[in-house]
Design a protein around this ligand. Structure first.
Ligand code: ZN
Ligand code: ZN
Length: 373
């Protein structure tokens, strides 16, 4: 008997894929991806420029108002520490977003640290890979573009040319890449830090503006202008990024991704199988409804149902824990410093127990409307 050269874990999902598609590079999953062009980085450069733009005015304000006018060295140091700690945290989560793969849909063996060992049952199932492939296709968990299994909540990003685990959205501002399972927490962390920093700067600068109005002769000419600029700039950033952060908080609490929240047609993937005419559950067929071919009333029903069905909502505490929870001893430190990636392997997600009932009702409603039409 020849010694096993590959671990059991590596033959589960990738081998059928590689038999199916010969041109996938074996060395690196990124080799068959569309190439990024230099102009894809212009929004990122612009974003970094906007993040650094207020700092000269901020330093000038701290020196000329807090240090020279208020004569408070402690306040000066506190403001300096708070603003630059938030700036550091903001850049650390940005680096994670830029450097990390958002969610590779490859064999669990090729995932790095977050992978857990395959269970015995899964290892035994690995030999039935072809059956798995057919099953994944039938269940709508197959990406036709990648010719590979698509785990639950993963989605194919056409800009990146690949599937991403727990796909949230493709972000043109932050490196022209996706936000997915392994960068979503860092993304929320980034939005939070930008919002907090903007609010802090607005409060600081607005106080200086008020002081300048009350004591016009006690302050030099340029500091109030910098303070006005910081107040206006910080308020705009706080409003724009703050609303975006609030939206992501809502999504996190209800356990939805941006893509899931904006795409009612995704529910069609999860409709229960149609009952067989003979009543045998083994002969039940998967639904073949496609969004393009739905009638207007069917689409309306789907959109209404989309507002009510939260497939992965398992209570706000558990929802938040999926994004900000940790397993490792010092996981909280990573969450604090850079956000990091979501908890778990990004492939399996607990489902809302109520969702199946609502999906069954939706399936019946859609079928009835089809018969009427
Ligand atoms: Zn794909
Ligand atoms: Zn993308």
């Amino acid at each position: 008997m020849t010694p096993r050269t590959k671990p059991l874990i590596s033959i589960g999902l990738t081998d059928p894929v590689r038999r199916f598609v010969g041109d996938i590079d074996d060395e690196d999953d990124g080799h068959d991806l569309p190439r990024k062009r230099w102009y894809h980085y212009i929004p990122l450069c612009w974003a970094v420029f906007l993040m650094l733009l207020p700092h000269p005015s901020l330093l000038l304000l701290l020196v000329s108002y807090t240090w020279r006018i208020q004569h408070s060295h402690i306040r000066f140091l506190v403001h300096l520490a708070v603003t630059y700690t938030l700036t550091f945290l903001m850049f650390s989560s940005l680096i994670v977003i830029l450097a990390r793969d958002p969610g590779p849909v490859t064999s669990p063996a090729r995932d790095e640290v977050e992978t857990e060992d395959m269970s015995l049952a899964e290892a035994l199932l690995a030999g039935e890979a072809d059956d798995d492939m057919e099953r994944e296709k039938a269940a709508g968990r197959w990406c036709r573009k990648c010719c590979a299994p698509r785990p639950e909540r993963a989605h194919h990003c056409s800009a990146c040319g690949r599937c991403v685990l727990k796909f949230d959205h493709h972000c043109v501002w932050l490196g022209y890449k996706c936000i997915g399972h392994r960068t979503h927490t860092a993304f929320v962390h980034f939005l939070l830090c930008v919002t907090l920093l903007s609010i802090y700067v607005v409060v600081l600068a607005f106080n200086t503006v008020l002081y300048a109005f009350a004591n016009p002769y006690a302050i030099d000419e340029t500091t109030p202008l910098h303070a006005l600029f910081l107040t206006f700039y910080g308020a705009v950033i706080a409003l724009v990024i703050g609303s975006f952060f609030m939206y992501h908080m809502y999504l996190m609490i209800t356990n939805q991704t941006t893509f899931e929240h904006l795409s009612p047609f995704l529910l069609l993937r999860y409709l229960p199988p149609q009952p067989a005419p003979d009543g045998n559950p083994l002969n039940a067929r998967p639904h073949t409804l496609s969004y393009e071919f739905l009638s207007h009333p069917q689409r309306r029903l789907l959109k209404d149902a989309h507002g009510q069905i939260r497939l992965y909502d398992v209570g706000w505490r558990r929802n938040v824990a999926q994004v900000f929870g940790w397993d490792r001893p010092r996981g909280w430190l990573v969450r604090l410093i850079c956000g990091g990636g979501g908890k778990g392997d990004g492939r399996t997600w607990p489902r809302n127990p109520r969702a199946d009932e609502l999906l069954a009702r939706l399936a019946v409603g859609l079928t009835d409307l089809e018969k009427e039409g």
